[in-house]
Write a protein that binds this ligand. Structure first.
Ligand code: ADP
Length: 483
């Protein structure tokens, strides 16, 4: 499998044109599996972002005025173009991000599902009529797109994180300026190519790459941009939310997580192991919904640990994502490897036992072995910080209440998982976990038809489902009098 260079766009996409940064500066993008440079993208700042916002603002009235069906037709054409190039796009994604080719295809396909969902859901943006307290007036509530949306996205799902936002924006009648992560800009820039293939009006989608703080500031401060949608770290999310707040912009924030994965003593252990492998090691542990703390009840602790160890050995294979059979690609960069290594070291120093992995393999690329540590405790860094890598730490607990208390003992509240066959326990635990997403006897639960959003410091708002439109729409109360 080789990279189709016609899809490797090394310029930004503004108002239907491919451009360089005003300064002529660029940033290099490398393949984390090999360390080789794939290409460069423009290092844009505020001026180019302002230009992109102006283009999106100019395109907004025309896009908004289309019927929902006409917008949906464009969106489906965009999806058709993406699916036509699925293999090439997946090679591109794997080359810049590292995840296995099959996962890259899965991600792009899921992205398309989000866009198609919102294309159709756009036909159901209903308003209300409210019984009027006045005999001579009527009350009609309508919903309108907010306008230009700015999107800032991370590298771990370089296609689908954009698709979720783009689908909601375009389906509701908004236009967009997107800024992808510096590590994975090509999977974003290719949306420009697909927009051209689909014949989207110019300015509806604009893509800028470069100086993240400068682009973020322009998005927050430029009055023409009305909403910021962000997926990334809680640190940057807070920065953007506070800056956007100063300018009274709508925001949606999908931030960090620290997902607990609880195995009760009445669980189907094989199913729990399957879920733990999927939840912990998908994308080499680099998802915001990855299990970060695995709590296992004392009675089944040893049995679960042994089964998980066997599954790690049998099912996980580290390698270049473009090689057949690879399930564990590289981590995104050196800093990511250092963080996993630090969490492993800290856990072992504080009494944890290494059951599998623990090392960085020899050779090029930023790889780390799938790692299993037993005897984990709340004193360890892995209990409180998101590892964002392939480290599964197993904590022991005794009672249901203890598990719930430990699971909730974090400032995060994105995803959590638990396994039990007791129906009463399932409801009790489900209702007490302070998380936006709860997997009961399931380890991977993301779908475009369900809401995805965090509690506490994991964010504000939801993506996907009918709720995913909320922050892209203004509610308007029309009072019709003099009847
Ligand atoms: P991660 O830890 O997943 O890399 P970040 O929050 O650092 O998460 O990055 C997510 C996105 O936020 C990326 O597109 C990155 O370029 C962008 N970003 C980082 N710092 C800022 C900032 N100060 N303002 C706006 N965007 C930023």
């Amino acid at each position: 499998m080789s990279l189709n260079t016609s899809l490797l766009k090394q310029q930004v996409y503004i108002d239907g044109a491919w451009l360089d940064a005003d300064s002529g500066k660029t940033i290099e993008v490398t393949n984390p599996a090999t360390g080789e440079v794939i290409g460069t993208v423009p290092f844009c700042g505020r001026a180019e972002t302002a230009q992109a916002i102006a283009a999106a603002q100019a395109a907004f009235p025309g896009w908004k005025a289309l019927t929902a069906e006409a917008r949906a037709n464009y969106m489906h054409k965009l999806c058709d173009a993406i699916m036509e190039h699925l293999d090439d796009l997946a090679v591109l994604l794997t080359s810049e991000m590292g995840k296995p080719f099959a996962e890259a295809k899965g991600e792009i396909t899921l992205g398309v599902k989000y866009i198609r969902f919102f294309a159709e859901e756009g036909k159901r943006i209903y308003g209300d009529t409210i019984p009027s307290p006045w005999a001579d007036r009527r009350i009609v509530v309508t919903k309108e797109p907010v306008g230009v949306v700015g999107s800032i996205t991370p590298w771990n799902f370089p296609n689908s994180m954009i698709a979720r936002k783009l689908g909601a924006a375009l389906g509701s009648g908004c236009t967009m300026v997107m800024k992808p992560a510096e590590f994975t800009p090509f999977s974003a820039l290719v949306y420009g190519v697909m927009a051209e293939k689909a014949g989207l009006p110019k300015g509806v989608i604009n893509i800028v790459t470069g100086d993240a703080p400068a682009i973020g500031e322009e998005m927050c401060e430029n009055p023409a941009l009305r909403k910021i949608t962000f997926t990334g770290s809680t640190r940057v999310g807070k920065l953007l939310a506070s800056n956007a707040g100063k300018h009274m912009k709508k925001i949606s924030m999908e931030l960090g997580g620290n997902a607990p994965f609880i195995v009760f003593d009445d669980a189907d252990l094989d199913r729990a192991v399957e879920g733990a492998i999927a939840s912990k090691f998908r994308n080499s542990g680099q998802t915001c919904v990855c299990a970060n703390r695995i709590y296992v009840q004392a009675e089944v602790y040893d049995a679960f640990a042994q089964k998980l160890k066997a599954a790690v050995a049998a099912e996980l294979k580290v390698g270049n994502g473009l090689q057949e059979g690879t399930t564990q690609g590289p981590l995104i960069n050196e800093a990511a490897v250092d963080k996993v290594a630090a969490h492993v070291k800290d856990a072992l120093e504080k009494g944890g036992q290494l059951l599998a992995g623990g090392n960085r393999p020899e050779g090029p690329g930023t790889f780390f072995e799938p790692t299993l540590i037993t005897g984990a405790t709340q004193e360890m860094a892995v209990a409180h910080e998101e590892t964002f890598g392939p480290l599964a730490a197993l904590f022991r607990f005794e009672t249901e209440q203890e598990a719930i208390r430990l699971a909730n003992d974090t400032q995060y509240g994105l995803a959590c998982y638990f396994y039990s066959k007791d129906l009463g326990r399932c409801f009790r635990v489900m209702e007490q976990l302070q998380y936006g997403l709860v997997g009961v006897n399931e380890g991977v639960i993301t779908t475009e038809v369900a809401p995805f959003g965090g509690f506490k410091e994991s964010g504000i708002g939801n993506e996907g489902s009918k709720y995913g439109f909320d922050d892209y729409l203004n509610v308007k109360y029309n009072c019709i009098g003099g009847l």
